[in-house]
Design a protein around this ligand. Structure first.
Ligand SMILES: Cc1ncc(COP(=O)(O)O)c(C=O)c1O
Length: 763
C-alpha cells in the first residue's frame, strides 16, 4: 500500500522542515517515489519497506551515491538530504524514506532514439559508474534478492510459461536456454563488483542538445553482480528505437571500454545477456500481469522488448560479438580460414556422396528458432527445414532432452514412463483403430519396419509405390524409392516394387483434358493390382508427394487406391515422415484425403532434429509380426528420444502451431500467386500448408524446366539471407518448407526478396 499524499506531506514538513507546494507520485515499478516541490526547489522522496534487510540496502545505495558524487563530479547525481535529526534515512512504521535532490535535465527515454554521440556518452557514463564502484563495498548489503540481476535470472525462468503470446514466450525462453546451457558457467568466471544495474533510458538524463548524459537518477537496483550484466542491461534498453542494433550496441560498448576496459570474454557474452535481459523482462511482466494487473508500469516496455527480441534472434551472434570486439579495439578473428579448414576436412574424411548444399558450403555455428547463423557472421531465415519444425534449438524441446539425458537413458527392454506417455499422446492424434506404436530411429527405419509388418501380415512380397517417391536410405526403403533407385545411375527398380504414375497435375495431365484427373493418374492401377495378385503386401505413399516435387493428390485419389489395394489383400502405408506433425495444416496429411491408413510412418520432426522415427499400426498387424520374429531396437524409444518427442507435442499444442501453419500458408500462397502473375518463370505453385513447391519453367507453353534458373534463384536467395532448395524430377522446383513457427514478417520478406531475385534472373 502506498503512503497517502497527506502522510507524505506531513512527513516532509515534520522531518525535513520543507514548505511543500506540491507532492506528485512518480511512476515506479514497485517502490513509492514522489516528486516534491517547494517554492524554490524540487526533490525526490523515495520510500522503501521498513525491514532490516531493506535498510541495509538503502544504506548501501546512499554510500554508493556519495562515492559516485565524489568521483564523478561532472555527472549530476542526487544528493541525499538528511532529516532534521541528521539522519539520511527517515523511518516510520512501514517505510524508510530518503529525500534527495532532483536531478535536472530530460530523461533520455522521453525524447527520440539516442544518436551516436549520446549512445557513446551512455557507454562512457556506465563505464565510469562501474569503475567508480569497482572497490565499493558495504557490509550490510553484500547482496539482496534482486529480481533484475541477470546472474539470478534462472530463478525466474518459470515465469516465461506465463507469457501468453507463443512467439514471445519462445523468444524469451530461447535466451534463458542459452544462459542455462552455456552463459551461466561462462559468466561465473567473470569480474564481479557492486553495480548500479539499472542505467536505462528512464534513469539517465540529458540536456536539450541530447549529446551527453548529464545525470543519473536512481540507485535503487544497486547490487553485487557481474559488471557485464550491468552493461547488458543498458544496451538492451538503448537498442529500442535504433535502426541498427549491432552498431548501436557497439557504440555503447566501445565507449564503456574506454572508461573501464572490458575483457574479450565479457564482450563475447554480451549478445546473449542482452537477450536474457529481454527474456527476464517479459517473464517479470507476465508475472506482474497476473499478480498486479493494474501495474501498467510493469508492462510499459513489453512491445519494445518483443520487437527487440525479434531483431536480436535474427542477428548473428558472431557478427554482434565481432562488432563489439572491434569497437573495443580487439583484433577480429579470422573466421574465414577456420571455415575453409572445416570444408577441407569434410572432403578429406568423408565420401563425395556426402555432398553439401550450395556453391559455397554453409558452415553453421548456431541455430535460433527459424534462423541459422553461419560462422562468418551472416544469418539466414531457414525456409527449407521440416526437421526442426518447432524451430532450431526450441527451448522447451531442448530442455526436455537435456533434462532426460541427465536423469535416465536406457533401452525399451526396461519399463519407464516416457515411452508409455509418448505412445499415449501420439496415439491420441490417430483414429482409434491405430492403436499400437513402434519407436525407431529414423524415417528409413520406420519405412523398413512398415514393409516388414506388411509382408508378415499379408504374407505378400510385392509393393506398389508412386513414381519419383523417396522413402529412405536403408536397403529396403531405397528399393521402394524410385527417386533414387529408379533414376539414371541407380541400381534399377527391383522386380518386387511396382510404380504408379506420379500424380503430377502440372505435367502429367494433357492440355484440354476434361475427364477425372484421379482416373487419369490411376489408369495403370488395375494392371498393377493384377500383376501383384495374391502377393501384394502394401501400397506405400507419402500423403502428398514430397521429394518428387510437392504434389498434393486430387480428390478421391488415396481412397480409390486404398480400396483397390485392400480388395487385393494388401494393406496401406502412409509415409508421414515429411508431411506429418502439422506440416500441411492438419496433424496428418492423410486426413485431407479422408482415408485411414493401416500403417503410418513418422520421422523427421517427431523430435525436432533428435534422431527418431515411429510406426503406428493396428493391433492385428503388430501381433502378426510378433508371432514371427523377435524385434529389438537398441535406441528406439529410449527415454531421451521419448522425452524430446513429448516436448515436440507440448510445443505443437501450446504454441498452437497448426493455427500458425494455416495463417502463414495463406499469406505465403497469396504472395506467391502475386509473384506468378508478375514473373513468367513461375510455371506452377502447389502444395499444402507450409509445404510448397514453386516450379520454374523457361517457357510456360512448353514447360521447359528452368533448372539452371532454379539453382541461380536458390543461390541468390542465399546471398540475401534465405535458405531454399530445389527438388522434383528436373530439380527445377523450389521447395519451401520453413519451420512451422515462421512469422508474418518473415514470410513478407521472403516474398519480397523472391520478387527481387526473380526480377534479376534473365531467362
Ligand atoms: C518421405 C520420406 N520418407 C522417409 C525418409 C527417410 O527418413 P530418414 O532420412 O530419417 O531415414 C525421408 C527423408 O528424407 C522422406 O522424405
Amino acid at each position: 500500500m502506498s503512503a497517502s499524499l497527506e502522510h507524505v506531506t506531513s512527513l516532509l514538513t515534520a522531518a525535513f522542515k520543507l514548505e511543500v507546494t506540491s507532492v506528485v507520485p512518480l511512476g515506479g515499478y514497485l517502490g513509492q517515489n514522489f516528486l516534491v516541490t517547494t517554492s524554490s526547489d524540487r526533490f525526490v522522496l523515495k520510500g522503501f519497506s521498513n525491514d532490516a534487510h531493506t535498510q541495509a540496502h538503502v544504506e548501501a545505495q546512499i554510500e554508493a551515491i556519495k562515492l559516485a558524487r565524489h568521483l564523478m563530479p561532472d555527472t549530476d547525481l542526487p544528493s541525499i538530504i538528511p532529516s532534521q535529526n541528521g539522519q539520511d534515512i527517515c523511518a516510520d512504521d512501514k517505510t524508510l524514506w530518503i529525500l534527495q535532490t532532483y536531478v535536472g535535465g530530460d530523461l533520455i527515454g522521453e525524447g527520440p532514439a539516442a544518436q551516436s554521440e549520446l549512445l557513446q556518452s551512455v557507454g562512457q557514463v556506465v563505464g565510469m559508474l562501474d569503475r567508480t564502484l569497482q572497490n565499493f563495498n558495504h557490509s550490510g548489503a553484500v547482496r539482496r534478492d534482486m529480481e533484475w540481476d541477470l546472474a539470478d535470472a534462472l530463478m525466474y525462468r518459470d515465469y516465461t510459461d506465463l507469457i501468453e503470446d507463443p512467439e514471445s514466450r519462445r523468444l524469451a525462453d530461447y535466451f534463458f536456454l542459452q544462459f542455462e546451457a552455456e552463459g551461466f558457467s561462462r559468466l561465473s568466471k567473470l569480474r564481479r563488483q557492486f553495480v548500479h544495474n539499472d542505467c536505462h533510458r528512464f534513469a539517465l538524463k540529458t540536456d536539450n542538445l541530447r549529446q551527453h548524459v548529464t545525470g543519473v537518477i536512481d540507485f535503487g537496483d544497486l547490487t553485487f553482480s557481474y559488471r557485464i550484466c550491468h552493461l547488458a542491461v543498458t544496451i538492451s534498453d538503448f537498442l529500442t528505437g535504433q535502426d541498427d542494433i549491432v552498431s548501436s550496441a557497439a557504440l555503447i560498448t566501445g565507449s564503456y571500454h574506454q572508461a573501464f576496459p572490458l575483457s574479450e570474454d565479457e564482450i563475447t557474452l554480451l549478445c546473449d545477456l542482452v537477450g536474457l535481459r529481454y527474456g527476464l523482462y517479459l517473464a517479470h511482466a507476465a508475472r506482474m500481469r497476473r499478480e498486479h494487473p493494474n501495474n501498467v508500469h510493469a508492462q510499459s516496455k513489453v512491445t519494445d522488448v518483443e520487437h527487440n527480441l525479434r531483431r536480436l534472434i535474427a542477428t548473428n551472434p558472431i557478427a554482434f560479438g565481432d562488432a563489439l570486439r572491434a569497437s573495443c579495439g580487439f583484433e577480429t578473428l579470422n573466421r574465414q580460414a577456420k571455415a575453409e579448414q572445416l570444408v577441407a576436412q569434410r572432403r578429406q574424411y568423408f565420401s563425395s556422396s556426402l555432398y553439401t548444399h550450395y556453391d559455397d558450403p554453409l558452415v553453421l555455428s548456431r541455430g535460433s528458432l527459424q534462423y541459422l547463423h553461419d560462422s562468418d557472421g551472416k544469418s539466414y531465415l531457414d525456409c527449407v527445414n521440416n526437421v526442426s519444425q518447432s524451430g532450431h534449438c526450441n527451448p522447451h524441446i531442448a530442455r526436455a532432452a537435456r533434462r532426460q539425458t541427465s536423469i535416465l537413458n536406457t533401452n525399451s527392454r526396461y519399463v519407464y514412463a516416457q515411452m508409455n506417455e509418448l505412445a499415449e499422446r501420439l496415439l491420441s492424434y490417430f483414429p482409434d483403430n491405430l492403436d499400437t506404436v513402434f519407436f525407431v530411429n529414423s524415417g528409413s527405419e520406420a519405412n523398413d519396419l512398415a514393409m516388414r509388418l506388411a509382408s508378415t501380415y499379408t504374407k505378400g512380397s510385392q509393393f506398389i509405390v508412386l513414381d519419383e517417391a523417396y522413402h529412405g536410405n536403408s536397403t529396403a526403403s531405397t528399393d521402394i524409392s524410385p527417386n533414387r533407385i529408379g533414376r539414371p545411375g541407380g541400381l534399377g527398380m527391383p522386380n518386387y516394387v511396382h510404380r504408379l504414375m506420379l500424380p503430377d497435375a502440372y505435367r502429367n495431365v494433357p492440355p484440354g483434358f476434361s475427364g477425372s484427373v484421379t482416373d487419369a493418374f490411376l489408369a495403370e492401377l488395375p494392371d498393377l493390382i493384377e500383376k501383384t495378385k495374391g502377393e501384394l503386401a502394401a501400397f506405400v505413399a507419402e500423403s502428398l508427394v514430397g521429394t518428387g516435387g510437392q504434389f498434393p493428390f486430387p480428390k478421391n485419389y488415396l481412397n480409390t487406391i486404398y480400396a483397390a489395394v485392400r480388395d487385393a489383400g494388401g494393406i496401406t502405408i502412409a509415409d508421414e515422415v515429411q508431411v506429418g506433425f502439422g506440416r500441411t495444416g492438419d496433424m496428418w496429411c492423410f486426413e485431407e484425403q479422408g482415408v485411414i491408413p493401416d500403417i503410418v510412418t513418422m520421422g523427421k520432426p517427431i523430435a525436432n532434429g533428435h534422431p527418431m522415427g515411429a510406426v503406428v499400426t493396428n493391433r492385428a498387424i503388430a501381433e502378426a509380426f510378433d508371432q514371427k520374429v523377435v524385434y529389438f531396437n537398441t535406441f528406439g524409444g529410449n527415454p531421451v528420444s521419448c522425452a524430446t518427442a513429448l516436448g515436440v507435442l507440448d510445443v505443437l499444442e501450446k504454441d498452437q502451431l497448426l493455427k500458425n501453419v494455416n495463417a502463414r500458408a495463406h499469406q505465403l500462397l497469396e504472395g506467391l500467386d502475386a509473384l506468378q502473375r508478375k514473373h513468367s518463370l513461375i510455371g506452377d505453385i502447389r502444395g499444402r500448408g507450409l509445404y510448397i513447391g514453386v516450379e520454374l519453367v523457361v517457357d510456360r507453353a512448353t514447360k521447359e524446366p528452368a533448372r539452371e534458373e532454379a539453382k541461380r534463384c536458390v543461390e541468390a536467395m542465399k546471398s540475401r539471407g534465405f535458405l531454399l532448395n530445389t527438388n522434383g524430377y528436373f530439380n527445377n522446383v523450389i521447395k519451401i518448407k520453413p519451420p512451422l513457427i515462421i512469422n508474418e514478417a518473415d514470410i513478407q520478406s521472403l516474398i519480397h526478396n523472391l520478387d527481387l531475385v526473380l526480377s534479376e534472373i534473365v531467362v
